[in-house]
Write a protein that binds this ligand. Structure first.
Ligand SMILES: Cc1ncc(COP(=O)(O)O)c(C=O)c1O
Length: 454
């Protein structure tokens, strides 16, 4: 090792430590608030509530964009995470359906280490091998013919919409409108807020980019009514994730496909959450026997590192140089991880495992359903499932589970979502169900008032 390299590594280690511990770094920033320093100093005193300090820090410096759960996660392995006090939690949130292979999977860590030593990034003006190997693997294992790599789901969706609009310009007399569905989720960029059919996410940011129409999900007539000569595409999640794990009727997506064919418009599937095995097939569209013209993926492809992609059939290849790009999209480091994750998913038939373990989880959730009259539905596919209550109790149950060592997501006031790593086994499902069952027994929330009339 050269001296220079040795020095760089030492410096890198101490910088990481400073950022990680937080207090070291902030101590040197004298101008920063003394209050924050005092609260961070408290972290050093044994017996003090360390959690409060990090929460105060967040409140002070982070934009308030989410009401976080009271848990500071410092370590993760497989399907488990640990807090600062060494308490262990079983993670059925998995970074919001991201951690395909679990926390700090050796597959991911090794790919990162190996590629980081070789090449992290080069400008997309040049070729890099992991990028090309990954798109080859994506295309050869899907119904699509071309791909572009991005950094996130929202960015992949933005690219897909641009592709559809260019297709509209070239082939559909300038048609530009995209029909999406209510209760969908497509990301947080401005255009994806317009695409996402949740008025509450849209209100504060108007005027939104034009050209998006949100209609009811699982309603073919609503799509047909909204289609005009201005329509270039319909964009849907094969199963809505953030909307509450909503599985459409079996023939809905087939009808949408037929309608797109009849009108000559494109069908885009947002598989950011459903892709890479989560539903028990490599891609969600395989569950429904319907092929999209364009598909987007992200989350599970990197199993924890930021990567996304949009893919399209040959006929959608209408971009010409200058139409699209990304500085980091398809960088060698993330592409190498994506390739390692996808190879592992294919080699080990992770989707086949998900189908089996997902069915097992459904059977266990159905047992809870039979026992607890407040549960009114178990739904989902593979390892994307939800239980629906007859009352607003999901937050109370999720907090109760947290205190007992299980992480779950209250996807709606009346529903809990289960999206563990795809590598879990029956033992983890049994453990989660046992904790959930105890939490349910202990949670009392008033039933909704009976409806007395129209
Ligand atoms: C279906 C779907 N599309 C898009 C996104 C946005 O992805 P990202 O947060 O990576 O931008 C999400 C995120 O939850 C999603 O579930």
């Amino acid at each position: 090792m050269t001296w220079e390299r040795e020095q760089t590594q030492t410096a890198a280690v101490s910088e990481t430590a400073a950022v990680f511990v937080g207090r070291v770094r902030l101590r040197s920033q004298d101008q920063r608030s003394l209050d924050a320093k005092a609260s961070i100093a408290g972290h050093e005193n044994e017996g003090e509530n360390t959690m409060t300090n990090w929460m105060e820090l967040e409140q002070k410096y982070y934009f308030h964009i989410i009401n976080r759960m009271p848990l500071v996660i410092v370590r993760g392995q497989d399907s488990r995470v640990w807090d600062e006090d060494g308490k262990q939690y079983l993670d059925f949130v998995a970074g919001w359906a991201v951690l395909t292979l679990g926390h700090c999977s050796p597959i991911v860590v090794e790919a990162l280490k190996e590629q980081a030593e070789k090449l992290i990034l080069c400008s997309n003006q040049f070729y890099n091998i992991p990028q090309l190997e990954l798109v080859q693997m994506l295309v050869e294992n899907s119904c699509l013919d071309k791909a572009f790599l991005s950094n996130s789901g929202a960015e992949a969706n933005e690219g897909a919409i641009k592709l559809a609009r260019k297709y509209g310009k070239v082939h559909l007399n300038g048609a530009y409108e995209v029909i999406t569905t209510l209760k969908s989720f497509h990301g947080r960029t401005l255009a994806m807020v317009a695409a996402t059919g949740k008025p509450a996410y849209q209100e504060s940011f108007k005027p939104l980019p034009a050209g998006f129409i949100n209609v009811e999900y699982n309603n073919i007539e609503a799509l047909k009514t909204a289609t005009t000569d201005r329509t270039c595409a319909i964009m849907l999640e094969p199963v809505q994730g953030e909307g509450g794990v909503n599985v459409p009727d079996l023939d809905y997506l087939k009808q949408v496909r037929a309608w797109c064919d009849e009108r000559g418009i494109l069908l885009i599937f947002d598989e950011v959450q459903t892709g890479v095995g989560r539903l028990g097939t490599l891609w969600g569209y395989q569950q429904f026997g319907v092929e999209p013209d364009i598909m987007t993926v992200a989350k599970g492809l990197g199993s924890g590192v930021p990567i996304g992609a949009f893919l399209g059939k040959e006929k959608t290849a209408v971009f010409t140089p200058g139409d699209h790009g990304s500085t980091y999209g398809g960088n060698a480091l993330m592409s190498a991880v994506g390739k390692a994750v996808l190879s592992h998913v294919l080699e080990k038939d992770i989707p086949g495992h998900v189908a089996k373990i997902g069915a097992y989880m459904t059977s266990k959730l159905e047992e809870l359903n039979a026992k607890d009259p407040r549960i009114i539905e178990v739904r989902g596919r593979g390892l994307l499932q939800a239980i629906e209550f007859d009352r607003e109790m999901s937050d109370a149950v999720v907090r109760n589970c947290l205190s007992k060592g299980l992480l779950l997501n209250a996807v709606k006031p009346t529903a809990i979502r289960f999206m563990p790593p795809l590598t879990i086994g029956e033992a983890e499902v049994d453990e989660a169900i046992a904790i959930l069952s105890r939490a349910l027994d202990e949670t009392t929330v008033e039933a909704p008032e009976a409806q007395t009339g129209p």
